[in-house]
Design a protein around this ligand. Sequence first.
Ligand code: WTA
Length: 679
Amino acid sequence: MADKNTATSNVSEAEIAVHWQEEGYYPSPVSFIAQANMADANVYKRFSLDNFPDCFKEYADLLTWDKYWETTLDTSNAPFWRWFVGGKLNVCYNCVDRHLAKHRNKTAIHFVPELESDRIQHVTYQELYMRVNEVAAMLRNFCGLKQGDRVTLHMPMVAELAITMLACARIGVIHSQVFSGFSGKACADRIVDSGSTVLITMDGYYRSGAMQDQKEKADIACKESEAQGHKVDKVMIWQRHPGKNSSPQPMVTGRDFIINDVLKDYSHTYIEPEPLPADVPLFLMYTSGTTGKPKGCQHSTGGYLAYTAGTSKYIQDIHPEDVYWCMADIGWITGHSYIVYGPLALAASSVIYEGVPTYPDAGRPWRIAEELGVNIFHTSPTAIRALRRAGPDEPNKYNYHFKHMTTVGEPIEPLVWRWYYETVGKREAAIVDTWWQTENGGFLCSTIPALSPMKPGSAGPGVPGIHPVIYDEEGNEIPRGAGKAGNICIRNPWPGIFQTIWGDPERFVRTYYERYNKKKGSTDWRDWPYFAGDGAVQAEDGYYRILGRIDDVINVAGHRLGTKEIESAALTVSEVAEAAVVPVADEIKGRVPDLYIALKPGTVPSKELEMRISEAVVTEISPIARPRRVWLVPDMPKTRSGKIMRRVLASISNNQDSGDITTLANPEVVDELRKMAKL
Ligand code: WTA
């Protein structure tokens, strides 16, 4: 990692990863290669920069267009790229209607309730079609939503979430799904930013065997939105058990409506899928960045669907006859692209599992795989680590066979990778380690499973049409095999790239394109490398190893959290003067946040106060952001100019050497903090 980055708190993450040894190769099984969608090595040539951007016609042609597009890529307002300009299509039509002729009675969604005593529900493409139409009719006629309106969803992992998203897409309403585990307050911030007047939620859902009250969060979200000067007109509530309320919260007359009741008025109502311009927004997905304010990543209609369909077909190797299970949450980008849109565009059967992977025990995922005949499995290193710890031999007990497996979201340790390959995959599956981000729509780096061998701990080369480059701090390219890390960027735009940050185009340009822009005002895409915000090294063989974030983002169990968001949450407690968050290595979650707090003068530290600060983080954000420890410190280590040295705090939390601390204004505090951390 370049020296300048040692000032950031995440350098330890990069350092830890860079010390992994280069691993040997594992070939993909011959049985896999024989059936693979993509086994033609010429694909890289077809998608070379010489053939850019027209190469992406291959992905666009996986879709059905109401009107074929005229311009592949319009760069006239760089870096606000417009893909497939002039084209019109409907995403819902592409994911549902067009499959009816051949796959009407095939399962589109297998919904697996968390309680094992509840039977799995199989939603056929025909049933999906019926239900999506009815919900689209309700959104249009009852909620009064029209093309271009935003609607916030705060829904758990249920089939109704995919149905609601597709219904929005059918009429051009922009959905913004907020991860169900986020607090009512976090939901409100996203409602206000997106300007949604309708909130769609579910009364409750199961997590670790207990019914969660989700409606309560809707009430908080409405109250908080109103406090911020924005009114939510309607709260539409799905019932987890139709006909029964699973939340004790009272209904607010005139605001709250039970969807399962309202839908009775729309049974057998059909809504024509709206042919929409390729570059209108399909959805917003909020993610964390350097500041305390989450960014609403705006994804497009045609480019996004073309890219997720293409990568689902060639990297995930989805065939229509496959049973595909991505065990992510639809509240994150992985779920949007690789549970809902990509797989359904290809007429696959996609599994939606409501609960936690280890409930009621670590054999659960493998029982589900056995029962449904899942043959493609997709999950995160955190889930793999947790399953390995809780049930290292469980996979052997079940009769399932994966042809293909994916990891996503974090670097995977080679040791854990080998367990995934040998025990979960039974040495029968090809594995891809896919690197990408909320902003990207789909995979950026991965091997093509039939074309290149797997290498534990490495994502692989750029996928077809993605041309990564690693720059040092000065903008020089770091060549492959140099053994030096730098900032990974993508040289070219691609159809899945987000269009802008909702309501903040300046932040969009500043965050992602300014850093290595070669010429201001240029309309040549070559001048606008995309800055990903990750450190990486490229080995001699062209494979990239992703080392982690170089900005103020912590990847906790694959969830992206801004340190500034956690710090702002802590500052809502009136006794807190200063807050600093640093990542700590964790065996299961990869990283967890440690929270250092300096109290206002005259405040007495106490366990109660620590608890209150921790709870504030949960209330403002989510339990996933809860600090491992809250350290009430007498003073923060600071530079002479008064900047908190998070690097020093991170070294203390991770029990590492603090390096050079002579530039600190108060070096004596370091020893004091170390003593405290050992207690
Ligand atoms: C990290 C998730 C190593 C990276 C799709 C990125 C990874 C952030 C990998 C984006 C991988 C994602 N190996 N690190 N295969 N995939 N990351 O936006 O730091 O939730 O910037 O998107 O996760 O997280 P996000």
